[in-house]
Design a protein around this ligand. Structure first.
Ligand code: AMP
Ligand code: ZN
Length: 112
């Protein structure tokens, strides 16, 4: 956890642009946005990936916060996409579970 970038952001050791923060979950702007709005919803507790979640509270906190954030920012008007990349083939590059909330353009299907 010492070297984990999202744990460092949670502790305030490296800066991020926060959209929300509470004791369970935080929302930041992605450093390398792939859409006009690209947010990361991250549990404070370090869990490596979706495949490692054992406590359903993690799901309710990140999914609940993602939808609340989408509504609060008005992203629900045109629509949005939520993605959790998981593991190497799933495209996960930061090994601390996070949900991508993206909006502001059309998203293709199937995803690349
Ligand atoms: P993933 O590839 O699904 O693991 O997503 C990791 C995301 O974290 C990528 O979209 C990165 O751009 C983003 N990211 C990495 N480091 C930071 C950081 N310090 N602040 C904000 N976003 C970051
Ligand atoms: Zn972490």
């Amino acid at each position: 956890m010492d070297e984990c970038v999202f744990c460092k952001i949670a502790r305030g050791d490296i800066p991020a642009e926060f959209v929300h923060k509470d004791e369970a979950v935080f929302v930041i702007r992605d450093l390398n946005p792939q859409a006009p709005t690209h947010l990361l919803i991250v549990p404070v507790r370090h869990v490596e990936s979706a495949a490692d979640v054992n406590d359903p509270e993690i799901w309710s906190s990140i999914m609940g916060r993602a939808v609340e954030t989408a509504r609060r920012l008005g992203l629900d008007k045109e629509g949005f996409r939520m993605v959790i990349n998981t593991g190497a083939q799933g495209g996960q590059t930061v090994p601390h579970i996070h949900l991508h909330l993206m909006s502001g353009r059309n998203f293709g299907w199937p995803p690349g």
